[in-house]
Design a binder for this molecule. Sequence first.
Ligand SMILES: NC(=O)c1ccc[n+]([C@@H]2O[C@H](COP(=O)([O-])OP(=O)(O)OC[C@H]3O[C@@H](n4cnc5c(N)ncnc54)[C@H](OP(=O)(O)O)[C@@H]3O)[C@@H](O)[C@H]2O)c1
Length: 268
Amino acid sequence: MKIVLFGKNGMLGSEFMKLLGDHELLAYDKEDVDLLDLGKTRSVILDAAPDFVINCAGYTAVDDAEANSDLALRLNCDAVATMADACLGCSAKLIHFSTDYVFDGKDEGGYAEDAQSHPVNAYGQSKLLGEEAILESLCDFYIVRTSWLFGKNGPNFVEKMIELSRGRKSLNVVDDQFSCPTYSLDLAKAVVDNFLSGDKESGIYHLTNSGSCSRYEFTKKILDVELLPVASSTFNTPAARPQFSVLLNTKLPHLRSWQDALADYLSN
Ligand SMILES: NC(=O)c1ccc[n+]([C@@H]2O[C@H](COP(=O)([O-])OP(=O)(O)OC[C@H]3O[C@@H](n4cnc5c(N)ncnc54)[C@H](OP(=O)(O)O)[C@@H]3O)[C@@H](O)[C@H]2O)c1
């Protein structure tokens, strides 16, 4: 199978690099193909005419996106629209990643794949517009929404908390944001298992490790220091966060629990 992968050096993209060795893989990052160059993005796909394009690249800095919403839109929407159009042109299937942050987090019951989206920050808005561009393109696609990714090769919450805790006896952690922590390795494996056969229907899918928790509960499983639960408002971050952005997976086999995945990650 021929596969074009964007974002090969990122947290999720680097996991695909480990898993796709048996395929004809054309893998790129910013230094190879700057996705802001839409003409180049298009020609890389059309020239390869692959079976799949897997897009792990994007503008992922949630707080910075508030001041850089134009750049976030160009990467998370315009570049994605170009990929979708090129995929249509060469009959490739597009596997693209989106986020729980397309939801406003007001529904404590969680969000199924067809729930109404309503982002509360610029990053979520740019990701939603990227999803809509794919839907409008009429290409074959799998949009995979995930949440609270942790793994190697990328700044993430687990590494941030470990770093913050160095030399400290206690730490404030928010206890009013709830979602599903997800190990990037588990996500990449599940995408390979579920989608590369190509027989699933085009559509939006939710893939996370099983279970959900608050940032505070998540941190309790990461660190051995005293944790003080606080409200999100304590930190006054540039971007608002959804409160209960728990993704419900109603279409695919469920992944192992976030606790088992985290223990695995921390022991490696
Ligand atoms: N991280 C999370 O918690 C989370 C949660 C839900 C959904 N997601 C989604 O999952 C996907 C993967 O996330 P991730 O955390 O693995 O992302 P990441 O580690 O931030 O990786 C993003 C990749 O995109 C590349 N990139 C940035 N600008 C580019 C450009 N102009 N041209 C080409 N490549 C460019 C980056 O390259 P450089 O490093 O060289 O800039 C990096 O390799 C994204 O779609 C994200 O929205 C992530």
